[in-house]
Design a protein around this ligand. Structure first.
Ligand code: FES
Length: 170
């Protein structure tokens, strides 16, 4: 468009006060609905990688997560240590979560003992949700992000920490 054409176009968009008129924000009520396959169609939230899929219990893994096996193999009260990681996968009434196996005092590996995690180095004890029971510790155990792998197994991201309240409902 030439400068003269642009000026004429802008002039056609102004009212008598010289203010440029615009349409309403958002969808116009009489706008033609966007159809599937239309190049203007926007992906739904469910279609984004890493977002919960419709009907799924959790976010899809995006790559790099460790396969923790089938969710059904993890029972309430029986944390599963994931080989090659510093993570236990735990189930409670809300679902699955991943908690660090490393004591927050000096980093020793916690064991599962009598319904809780126990650090053998200086005898710290943690609940399965990572909260402190006793010992020379001031921080709860870290929680890591879980997702659903393409094969349906649980995946853990051993780098990304999440809130202790987060659960994967599988
Ligand atoms: S390293 Fe665990 S209590 Fe000290």
């Amino acid at each position: 468009m030439s400068c003269a054409g642009l000026a004429a176009f802008i002039a056609s968009c102004t009212d008598s006060t010289g203010v440029i008129t615009t349409g309403p924000l958002g969808d116009e009520p009489d706008a033609t609905p966007v159809q599937p396959g239309d190049p203007d169609a926007r992906p739904s939230v469910d279609a984004r990688i890493g977002a919960p899929d419709a009907g799924s219990a959790g976010p899809a893994c995006t790559g790099g997560q460790v396969d923790c096996g089938a969710a059904s193999a993890i029972a309430i009260g029986t944390p599963k240590r994931i080989s090659g990681t510093n993570v236990y996968i735990v189930r409670d009434a809300g679902g699955l979560f991943a908690v660090s196996s490393k004591c927050t005092h000096e980093g020793a590996q916690n064991n599962v003992t009598s319904g809780h995690f126990h650090c053998p180095r200086h005898s710290a004890n943690f609940n399965f949700d990572g909260s402190i029971i006793s010992g020379p510790v001031s921080r709860a155990l870290a929680h890591y992000a879980l997702c659903v792998l393409a094969n349906g197994n649980v995946g853990v991201d051993t780098v990304t920490t999440v809130a202790a309240t987060q659960r994967l409902a599988l």
